[in-house]
Design a protein around this ligand. Structure first.
Ligand SMILES: *[C@@H]1O[C@H](CO)[C@@H](O)[C@H](O)[C@H]1NC(C)=O
Ligand SMILES: *[C@@H]1O[C@H](CO)[C@@H](O)[C@H](O)[C@H]1NC(C)=O
Ligand SMILES: *[C@@H]1O[C@H](CO)[C@@H](O)[C@H](O)[C@H]1NC(C)=O
Ligand SMILES: *[C@@H]1O[C@H](CO)[C@@H](O)[C@H](O)[C@H]1NC(C)=O
Ligand SMILES: *[C@@H]1O[C@H](CO)[C@@H](O)[C@H](O)[C@H]1NC(C)=O
Length: 384
């Protein structure tokens, strides 16, 4: 009798403690997220977790290709490369977040003059925020529309992944600018990300005239970009254009310690076709559709910018070089000169590796009507 009472008390206590934890948790959610609609949604998510398990988004099904174990030396390869080879053939993943009417629907998508397609990882919230209010702000300029999408996968696992997915959902509710697929957003999956975007474009935004494809840590002078694209002689996006910082006469890096290591098991040939550095390049809608078409018959290579070059080569098209695309850095004449002098950035169209706060400041500075730049400025003869 006594023992039973103790047991009941124990159960009751556990119940009370659980309640307290749940209530506190809800309070905490309230603090971070003042919008009641979203709170309801989050609570619904929480209440549908199986209690004993880590929360998981629905997993996509694509079986590993076990025949890669037969490749010579497979077992000696680094883990991420083994992983790449096992899942190289997987090209369809569920879309977790969409912006179906980003371009006003497929038939109206020709109204989008420049679609900014920015590769971002879920955790890069600060970068996305600053881009939204600076160079990637959706707007009408010189009579044409600029639109923006961030392309992402998922990172981390368990509760952390759930939290990051929730972040992206909140952002998408507010800004309608995120495409997210359910795949591991790793460096070696960047090509997959590009292919998934091109597939989305074919369905939802097939007639966008031009695209900027780039990283979320670039500074892009989108004013100059529009002017440059409008200056294209008889190309309204229906002809070939692919331009950026061109890289030629290089091949796979064979040092296992490199981030870009591509062993023979992944690509046998020692040469890459000419391509544009993936930090940022401009292309026409025509060329984007052509690349997508070619991608169906080219096995995925983990380096996404090289892969674009392979698709171009197969289509018989060449990338070109644009002087204003400085993904390899900007030439600054002397150490005494401020490398963040806005005069350099007013003339270029794209520069790689900017911290969010620097993007914010530079965006303001290049628009300053009182900015005075000398003739000796080396970038003033930029090709625009
Ligand atoms: C590996 O190679 C062996 C011998 O050629 C073959 O019998 C086997 O089916 C292969 N394994 C896979 C998973 O393809
Ligand atoms: C995603 O890929 C990276 C790099 O290959 C790996 O370290 C990480 O464990 C993977 N994450 C998941 C959840 O599989
Ligand atoms: C878009 O255009 C196609 C072909 O002209 C037409 O069949 C379709 O109904 C249109 N869709 C919308 C939403 O207007
Ligand atoms: C790419 O993503 C898929 C799906 O999440 C995953 O199975 C695979 O391991 C990833 N590949 C790499 C190289 O991270
Ligand atoms: C893709 O290219 C093939 C030729 O390789 C062509 O027959 C087909 O029409 C193209 N498809 C699209 C959607 O452009």
């Amino acid at each position: 009798m006594k023992k039973k009472n103790v047991e009941i008390m124990g159960l009751l206590l556990t119940g009370v403690i659980c309640l307290v934890i749940i209530i506190n948790k809800n309070d905490f959610e309230d603090d971070v997220n003042p919008r009641s609609e979203e709170i309801k949604e989050i609570l619904r998510d929480i209440s549908t977790f199986p209690r004993s398990e880590t929360p998981q988004v629905p997993q996509s099904h694509c079986d590993p290709d076990l025949s890669v174990y037969n490749l010579t030396g497979f077992t000696t390869l680094p883990g991420h490369i083994k992983d790449f080879l096992l899942y190289r053939h997987c090209r369809t993943f569920p879309l977790l977040l969409d912006v179906p009417i980003k371009c006003g629907g497929p038939n109206k998508s020709a109204d989008v003059f420049l679609l900014l397609v920015i590769k971002s990882s879920p955790e890069n919230y600060d970068r996305r925020e600053v881009l939204r209010k600076t160079w990637a702000k959706e707007r009408l300029y010189k009579g044409v529309w600029m639109r923006r999408v961030f392309i992402t996968g998922t990172t981390s696992s368990g509760f952390d992944q759930k939290r990051l997915n929730r972040l992206l959902k909140l952002e998408n509710n507010e800004h309608q600018d995120i495409l997210q697929w359910d795949f591991n957003d790793s460096f070696f999956n960047l090509t997959l990300k590009q292919i998934l975007f091109l597939e989305w474009m074919e369905r939802k935004c097939p007639h966008a005239r031009f695209l900027l494809n780039g990283d979320d840590d670039i500074f892009a002078n989108t004013f100059n970009m529009i002017e440059y694209l409008q200056g294209q002689e008889d190309n309204d996006g229906s002809k070939h254009l692919f331009t950026g910082h061109i890289i030629q006469n290089v091949g796979p890096i064979r040092h296992p310690a490199s981030k870009y290591y591509v062993p023979e098991q992944v690509q046998e040939s020692n040469a890459y076709p000419p391509y544009c550095g993936g930090g940022g390049f401009l292309l026409s809608g025509f060329t984007a559709r052509t690349i997508y078409n070619m991608s169906h018959s080219i096995p995925v290579l983990p380096i996404d910018d090289v892969y674009m070059g392979m698709c171009l080569e197969k289509a018989g098209l060449m990338p070109t070089s644009h002087f204003g695309v400085r993904t390899a850095g900007l030439y600054v004449p002397a150490e005494t000169v401020d490398k963040f002098d806005p005069c350099y950035y007013r003339e270029v169209i794209l520069v790689h590796r900017f911290l969010p706060h620097m993007i914010y400041v530079m965006w303001d500075e290049i628009q300053n009507p009182n900015l005075i730049c000398g003739k000796s400025n080396p970038s003033s003869n930029a090709n625009r």
